[in-house]
Design a protein around this ligand. Structure first.
Ligand SMILES: Cc1cc2nc3c(=O)[nH]c(=O)nc-3n(C[C@H](O)[C@H](O)[C@H](O)COP(=O)(O)OP(=O)(O)OC[C@H]3O[C@@H](n4cnc5c(N)ncnc54)[C@H](O)[C@@H]3O)c2cc1C
Length: 436
């Protein structure tokens, strides 16, 4: 049994309104100031900045532009970092942990302003985000965290007790939750198409379906090899994230691609949508293998995302797991038909912090750990300023030493099933503790 037996389509719901498509072939320049690998959010944002500053720049993508994670994601403008504040402080010091929190706020605000000023038509709505608590202990902790966020960063953030939960979400599955109003939702494939439009208009050349196969030092620049020919580039920026391949072995040893999946329901009755998602907010929870979910931009369906433990083919099991998760949260949807189920790759590094770094003259911008709608354009732009030597505009809490290599890893994440099993056990223990 595979995905197409449990959902009508195995392509992203987003591609119905904004299909990814090939671009016309472009002549290959012999020499360029900058070559970018990857034309997702990060590569396009960087290319746009560089082109607007007068650099000759081309982005190469192995697939259609956007066919990576940028047109497949949930469109939640989370801009969050996986490790919590305490963990980040322990590993990197409180100063960097604080800087990361501030940068999250700045990056989110920047994205919203960028969408507005560039006139990007991508169904963006700042609707807020509800996070459900699995138990009353967790609720108390989350409520304190919401309070801290409000005080520290002046974010409109507050706790919602169980008694008023149904004003936000039509379920009794959670024991209350928290809301933050600085997170919203958008249509990711439309955002990508619009970013492509403004990047091309700014002078970026995009070579679609043209993988970079090798990068070697030549003189004071690089020789970049592609099936379409060879380019001499003064600088190279790598924005390949969860699709990183053997062309950049240094990064490949540091980023583990992990499949993530989203299901989209059929169109639901308006009364049912109003009951389940009365405020049409983005939603999430805190289990390792938990779910995030949202209404479609037109408010007619529910999209729910989570981990996909498969590594090959497109088996039905991950879709069935997400479907069971949807029914656990919303029992009314137990028999709902699924219109779409699809997957894409996110990129995890060992410390779960996105990165800009330089190694042997190449600059890298990646490691968004499943939260790149806000981070990828932001980090891509900081990396572009770094290439231009603009220290002030390039400044970022994510620009520091490269992430550590993953031991015994060369591109085949053989250890992922064991890690996912470990997470499942941790979730089970946390569930038992909080609900007993
Ligand atoms: C199912 C799913 C749900 C998600 N949900 C959310 C969400 O709700 N909110 C959120 O913030 N984030 C989410 N994310 C994460 C987010 O989509 C990514 O972090 C973001 O899109 C990364 O953008 P990027 O430009 O770095 O990489 P990508 O968009 O993945 O682009 C990388 C590109 O590099 C190209 N490439 C690789 N190797 C080469 C090479 N050798 N030569 C040329 N090109 C190459 C690939 O073809 C690919 O197109 C989700 C991701 C997935 C998969």
């Amino acid at each position: 049994m595979n995905t197409s037996t449990v959902a009508d389509k195995s392509t992203p719901y987003w591609w119905e309104a904004a299909p990814v498509k090939p671009l016309p072939r472009q002549p290959l320049a012999k020499k360029l100031d900058v070559v970018i690998l990857g034309a997702g959010f990060a590569g396009l944002a960087a290319g746009m900045v560089l082109a607007r500053e007068g650099r000759s720049v081309a982005a190469f993508d192995a697939m259609h532009p956007g066919e990576g994670a940028s047109s497949r994601n949930g469109g939640v403008t989370s801009g969050t970092i996986r490790p919590d504040f305490a963990t980040m402080s322990k590993h990197f010091g409180e100063e960097r942990a604080l800087a990361v929190e501030y940068e999250g706020k700045a990056a989110r605000e920047f994205l919203y302003e960028f969408i507005r000023t560039e006139g990007l038509d991508c169904d963006f709505k700042l609707v807020g985000h509800f996070k459900g608590a699995l138990g009353y202990n967790q609720y108390d902790k989350m409520a304190r965290s919401a309070d801290r966020l409000a005080k520290l960063l002046a974010v409109d953030s507050y706790a919602v007790p169980h008694a008023s939960q149904r004003d936000y979400i039509g379920t009794d599955f959670y024991r209350g939750g928290t809301v933050r109003m600085d997170i919203g939702g958008l249509h990711p494939a439309k955002l990508h198409a619009e970013l492509l439009r403004v990047a091309l208009a700014s002078g970026l050349t995009v070579h679609a379906n043209t993988p970079v196969t090798a990068i070697t030092r030549e003189g004071d620049g690089f020789r970049v090899t592609t099936p379409a020919g060879v380019v001499q580039a003064r600088q190279v920026l790598v924005c390949t994230n969860g699709y990183t391949d053997g062309a950049v072995p240094y990064l490949r040893r540091r980023l583990v691609p992990v499949r993530a999946r989203i299901i989209a329901t059929e169109v639901l009755a308006p009364e049912l949508m109003a009951r389940l998602m009365p405020k049409l907010m983005m939603m999430g929870e805190s289990r390792h293998l938990g779910f995030y979910y949202r209404p479609s931009p037109d408010g007619t369906r529910i999209l729910l995302g989570g981990r996909d433990s498969s590594r090959q083919g497109d088996p039905a099991a991950p879709t069935l797991r997400l479907r069971a998760g949807l029914a656990e949260i919303f029992p009314e949807l137990e028999a709902v038909r699924l219109a779409h189920s699809w997957y894409g790759n996110v990129a995890m590094n060992r410390d779960m912090i996105p990165r800009i770094f330089e190694k042997d003259g190449l600059v890298y911008a990646s490691g968004f750990c499943g939260s790149g709608v806000v981070w990828a354009p932001w980090v891509g732009m900081r990396a572009a300023y770094k290439l231009m030597g603009r220290a002030e505009q390039a400044r970022s809490a994510f620009d520091f030493r490269p992430p550590a290599a993953v031991p015994l890893y060369r591109g085949n994440p053989w250890f992922m099933p064991a890690i996912i099993k470990g997470y499942a056990v941790q979730d089970q223990i946390a569930w038992w503790r909080t609900r007993r």
